[in-house]
Design a protein around this ligand. Structure first.
Ligand SMILES: [Fe+2]
Ligand SMILES: [Zn+2]
Length: 397
């Protein structure tokens, strides 16, 4: 009989964090690990990352020296490793002592394989997601860390999660959203009622009846809202006013496959947006549709047909850019990519506005009319709460 799976997993975890061999050259240290991987750390990097109490605050990672204080050709005086669990280096010329925990070193190894391993891979989706929606009952997220972690993981992986049976009180949504971070103050306030209202629609198209093509919110801002909460209080009883969602990362992937030249144009050149009403608001921002990180992975999307400003692009780019922009629109308006959901009272949907586009079908005008409540939380606070919870749960487990 083979070894039980849990034991194997634990053994491979401990091998992963066990230093088995060390050697050095003029500029780097080579660490061989129990699982066969080799890390190579430059001396400059190691010295720069000393978190001893002279160099900073070890608990909070704050730093109290400048790289310029470190000699450019820094080298160890001596290197020692303590039973494979920690690495101790005394540095030339002053004998400064640095200690690095083996687990920390492995977690920060910058070899190509480990950097790739750390990269989060989102799960792309299209209209078929309707058969397996990322969703959770409100009671589970309100009463237990495990439920809350599941919700946060859905947001991280799919960019969206439906929460069922949320009580209708305004304070309930407010306190729930606040448990992830401070509510964002917008020009509509912190909590905003989305209802058909002829007066309010001057401020926001959300308060009109019209069909809203999927978009990311507030594209005209330097920092658009991060995680958006929509809580449904009333649904139209004629099936109108359905919510629509499109995975912007899936759209990017589809465009890349279909026409990589078009994709590149939308990564390189900026689209302009403007929001203006009466003499109170005039916001403007320009950004590429797709923002990539240094590895070429997609970080965020910004797509909105609601608040365009004239494109301001080099003359030679205008025509190819428009061709690319049309292809993008064909994708995000294609029903194949669109999740359509008639939200019911008590349903709440949370989504990442830097990934998922939202819209709605036109709202019918009979007596029972759609009412959604809206608020948003900054992405930084939101994912910070995920990391803290993840850490706490793994400490328990
Ligand atoms: Fe919107
Ligand atoms: Zn130090």
């Amino acid at each position: 009989m083979g070894e039980p799976t849990e034991n194997l997993a634990m053994r491979s975890q401990s091998e992963r964090y066990q230093i088995s061999e060390i050697h050095q050259d003029k500029r780097k240290i080579f660490l061989d690990w129990g699982d066969g991987h080799q890390s190579r750390f430059h001396y400059t990097w190691l010295r720069d990352n000393c978190y001893c109490s002279d160099c900073g605050d070890p608990k909070h990672g704050e730093k109290r020296f400048l790289l310029l204080d470190v000699p450019v050709d820094i080298e160890p005086l001596s290197v020692r490793w303590d039973s494979g669990k920690a690495l101790e280096i005394l540095w030339k010329p002053d004998g400064h002592r640095s200690i690095y925990n083996a687990e920390w070193l492995r977690q920060h190894c910058y070899s190509a394989t480990e950097r790739e391993h750390r990269q989060h891979r989102p799960i792309l989706w299209d209209s078929q997601i309707v058969t397996s929606l990322p969703q959770i009952a409100y009671e589970q997220v309100r009463t237990g860390d495990a439920g809350r972690l599941q919700l946060l993981e859905h947001l991280r992986d799919y960019g969206i999660c439906f929460v069922r049976n949320v009580p209708p009180q305004r304070v309930e949504l407010e306190s729930f959203a606040q448990s992830f971070g401070p509510l964002l103050e917008t020009n509509y306030g912190r909590v905003f009622e989305i209802v058909v209202d002829p007066e309010e629609k001057k401020k926001s198209v959300a308060n009109s009846q019209i069909n809203l093509i999927p978009h990311t919110d507030d594209a005209y801002q330097y920092a658009p809202p991060g995680i958006i909460f929509f809580h449904c209080l009333i649904a139209n009883n004629d099936g109108s006013g359905q919510s629509t969602f499109v995975d912007g990362f899936q759209i990017a992937e589809a465009l890349l496959q279909e026409d990589s030249g078009a994709f590149d144009l939308l990564c390189r050149y900026e689209v302009s947006f403007r929001k203006y009403y009466s003499d109170r608001i005039d916001m403007r921002y320009s950004s590429p549709v797709f923002c990539l990180d240094s590895c070429g992975d997609l970080r965020r999307v910004r797509i909105s047909n609601l608040f365009p400003a004239p494109l301001d692009l080099p003359e030679a780019i205008m025509e190819p850019f428009y061709a690319a922009y049309r292809k993008l629109m064909q994708l995000y308006t294609n029903p194949k990519y669109c999740l359509k959901q008639g939200l019911q009272p008590g349903d709440m949907v949370m989504f990442d506005n830097h990934r998922v586009l939202h819209g709605r079908t036109a709202i019918g005008m009979q007596n029972q009319r759609r009412h959604l409540r809206y608020c948003s939380v900054d992405r930084d606070y939101f994912y910070s709460s995920w990391r803290l919870l993840n850490q706490n749960l793994s400490f328990q487990g």
